[in-house]
Design a protein around this ligand. Structure first.
Ligand code: XBP
Ligand code: MG
Length: 272
């Protein structure tokens, strides 16, 4: 009786795995599509501070610490509450933060328009492969929608905005990553369950968010996130890889390939 039950359960699990289909890949933006933080967002924040007559200067190390908090407005708040507690301001601090952030967004978009930042290895290649295999694309990010649009336009061209079924970004949900809200919102908009999708992330906060929404997740780490805790991710690799620049496996399910292709993603997804 017990043996029969185990056999049925084994068949059930096998069928479930065979029937599991990768229908969409949900991309994070900052750190995953492009290395935008150090030479993009950080620079834009500093320009906005300087325009406002503030002597705040976020150097590369400080910015790495500030990345513990997602969202630009939230990051400025975190800076004031944890790093510059002596800041004395008589006016409405929330209004000041909102103004600084709006100015920062303008500087950031201008930086992208000047082509200051390109995509990470393999991003464009993988997107093209996914599209020709019929796997849908979506985005789930903490960053402001204008930033995502500017990045896609400046790197892939305006037409590429149509490649994405949905772009979930910024304040569209009340709680940013590591909360799972942005991924849950994205799933709802694209009409798929977590099991049908795979998320590509670069940070611990991102993995907490995607795994919190039960989406199998692969990580491409970067300089700011290489020491992050990626518990819950299927695999961690250096980047997606190009023909002349193979990716390196870091941890989790082995990749056994120089490039992250649609087939590799399907295999990882099936194992999740
Ligand atoms: C990264 C973020 C963002 C950007 C700044 O988001 O945390 O806050 O650093 O963008 P993700 P804003 O990794 O989810 O793409 O200033 O527009 O918030
Ligand atoms: Mg990220």
């Amino acid at each position: 009786m017990c043996k029969k039950f185990v056999t049925i359960l084994a068949y059930f699990l096998l069928i479930k795995r065979v029937m599991k289909q990768l229908k969409a890949v949900i991309f994070d933006v900052d750190g995953t599509l492009a290395e935008t933080e150090r030479d993009g967002h950080r620079v834009a924040f500093n320009r906005a501070f300087s325009d406002a007559g503030l002597d705040w200067d976020w150097d590369e190390d400080l910015y790495g610490q500030l990345l513990a908090v997602t969202g630009g407005k939230e990051r400025i708040q975190y800076f004031l509450s944890h790093f510059y507690t002596d800041f004395d301001y008589d006016g409405d601090i929330d209004a000041l933060i909102a103004e600084l952030h709006a100015a920062k967004t303008k500087h950031y978009v201008a930086l992208l328009e000047s082509k200051a930042i390109g995509l990470r290895p393999g991003v464009s290649r993988l997107m093209a492969e996914l599209r020709s295999s019929g796997v849908r694309l979506a985005i789930a990010t903490t960053t402001t929608p204008a930033n995502v649009i500017a990045l896609i336009k400046s790197t892939l061209g305006e037409h590429a905005l149509e490649w994405f079924d949905y772009i979930a970004a910024g304040d569209v949900v009340p709680a940013k990553k590591p909360a799972s809200d942005i991924f849950e919102h994205c799933l709802q908009e694209i009409g798929l369950s977590a099991d049908d999708c795979l998320a590509l992330e670069d940070s611990a906060n991102g993995v907490l968010a995607s795994c919190g929404a039960n989406i199998p997740t692969v990580v491409t780490l970067n300089n700011y996130t290489r020491d992050d805790d990626f518990t819950g991710a299927i695999s961690v690799i250096t980047h997606l890889g190009e023909a002349n620049l193979p990716c390196e496996y870091i941890s989790g399910e082995p990749i056994n390939a120089p490039l992250i292709t649609v087939d590799v993603l399907k295999r990882l997804h099936a194992h999740a």
